[in-house]
Design a protein around this ligand. Structure first.
Ligand SMILES: *Cc1c(COP(=O)(O)O)cnc(C)c1O
Length: 409
């Protein structure tokens, strides 16, 4: 008899975005004239920039000619892209990586979910709370998260990020083997300073832990003192894997391309404590077995984000979203709401007024201003009492939504 992996049965259904859609649709049916604006969009909306689409057209044309046609590419990604990454994303920050430490992927979601295969099933994990659900759910599927009680997994250490601690996660007082960090953060839009990040790197060094660092939003950082990469911290190459994505950086959510950095110095011990195993060749082995590369067209598209025109155009789009974020921050702060994030990330994290819970505020905002937000509790227990707004919409919608909020509040 074939038996299923019953760890899957422990996973609660993720109804967050389905629940939101249901409530919004019900509202639209009963209020057909209302023009509902969504500030809950978790996807980019601006089109790809010309430098990128030109590179894609060119790549397609190459594919149509026998002499330049490409079949399977290297599982690790094409050298042209790995070199462009080393040169553009790391060298200017004083980080020297070898192209063999870069693994091109089809977006950061796959690798942030898959990376946990490299460590034993009985490692403990620590996550900031609220959190991008992929980190925990991928560990649940393999049986590492333990059992769930009241929305918390027994083998997961939750590090709350709330107003009370200024969204700075506290170093856990018990040992964790694997730590997931995401900065700039989805959903809170907050960032980590070099000093705070250094504490995590030191914790990992002293406790022989590994940090999985999700830098998917690094391109949104405006403050020059905020680190773009964990490798800006001394010693991080020994303890951290880092994930990047062109999805939010350059609007690649539908194109699919990102990369994972696995430094050669990064090692983990064997159970008998007798030896240290480097993770880079292990990840290479894993990718060669389970992954056949990202499309040539997507990789040429990613490469084009590093040309002078590409850089400028990508920057323009990010500025567009960050101007939305600034408009939202200013209005909401003026209205007396407590607003976090939105300065180095496309997300704003709003404390709901008067102790309203996330879903109550969602309903009130929808009825009162016809604006859709994302209830914070959907991202973890510490998200209760907050909602997330995103800056990924159209400027007009963003301004209109702020006018309505001003009238409503
Ligand atoms: C959007 C996002 C990603 C990137 O996902 P892709 O698979 O690259 O599209 C990674 N991490 C977080 C936290 C995100 O919000």
């Amino acid at each position: 008899m074939a038996l299923i992996n019953d760890h899957f049965l422990k996973l609660p259904d993720n109804y967050l975005f389905a629940d939101i859609a249901k409530r919004v649709n019900a509202f639209k049916v009963s209020h057909p004239q209302a023009k509902v604006i969504s500030l809950g969009i978790g996807d980019v909306t601006r089109p790809l920039c010309p430098a990128v689409t030109e590179a894609m057209h060119k790549a397609v044309d190459e594919m149509a000619v026998k002499s330049t046609f490409r079949g399977y590419g290297p599982e690790q990604g094409y050298q042209f892209l790995r070199e462009a990454i080393v040169k553009n994303d790391f060298l200017p920050r004083g980080i020297h990586l070898d192209p063999n430490e870069i693994f091109i992927n089809d977006g950061a979601k796959s690798d942030t979910g898959n990376i946990q295969e490299l460590v034993r099933w009985d490692n403990s994990i620590g996550v900031t709370d609220p959190i991008y659900p992929v980190y925990i759910d991928s560990n649940v599927m393999i049986g590492r998260a333990g059992v769930v009680e009241n929305g918390r997994w027994s083998n997961v250490v939750y590090m709350p990020c709330k107003e009370e601690n200024n969204f700075v996660p506290q170093i856990p007082d018990r040992r964790v083997d694997i730590i997931y960090l995401c900065y700039p953060n989805n959903p809170t839009g907050t960032v980590i300073t070099k000093d705070e990040l250094r504490k995590w790197v030191n914790y990992a060094i002293h406790n022989d832990a590994i940090i999985f660092y999700d830098a998917a939003y690094e391109a949104y950082i405006q403050n020059p003192d905020i680190p773009h990469s964990i490798y800006e911290i001394r010693g991080a190459r020994k303890v951290a894997v880092e994930f990047h994505s062109y999805s939010k950086t350059a609007g690649f959510t539908g194109v699919r391309c990102g990369y994972t950095v696995v430094p050669k110095e990064l090692t983990a011990g064997t159970l008998d404590g007798q030896s240290r195993i480097p993770l880079n060749p292990l990840w290479n082995r894993r990718q060669c077995t389970k992954f056949n590369g990202t499309s040539y067209i997507s990789q040429r598209a990613a490469e084009a984000t590093y040309s002078p025109e590409g850089k400028e155009q990508v920057h323009e789009t990010i500025n567009y979203y960050m101007t939305n974020a600034a408009i939202m921050r200013e209005t909401l702060t003026k209205l007396g709401l407590r607003v976090y994030g939105g300065q180095d990330a496309p997300y704003l994290w709003i404390k709901t007024p008067d102790g309203t819970d996330s879903w109550q505020f969602f309903d009130r905002l929808l009825r009162g201003a016809n604006v859709v937000c994302t209830p914070g509790v959907g991202f973890g227990p510490s998200g209760e009492g907050y909602v997330r707004l995103t800056a990924f919409g159209e400027r007009e919608d963003c301004e209109e939504a702020m006018d309505r909020l001003a009238r409503w509040l």
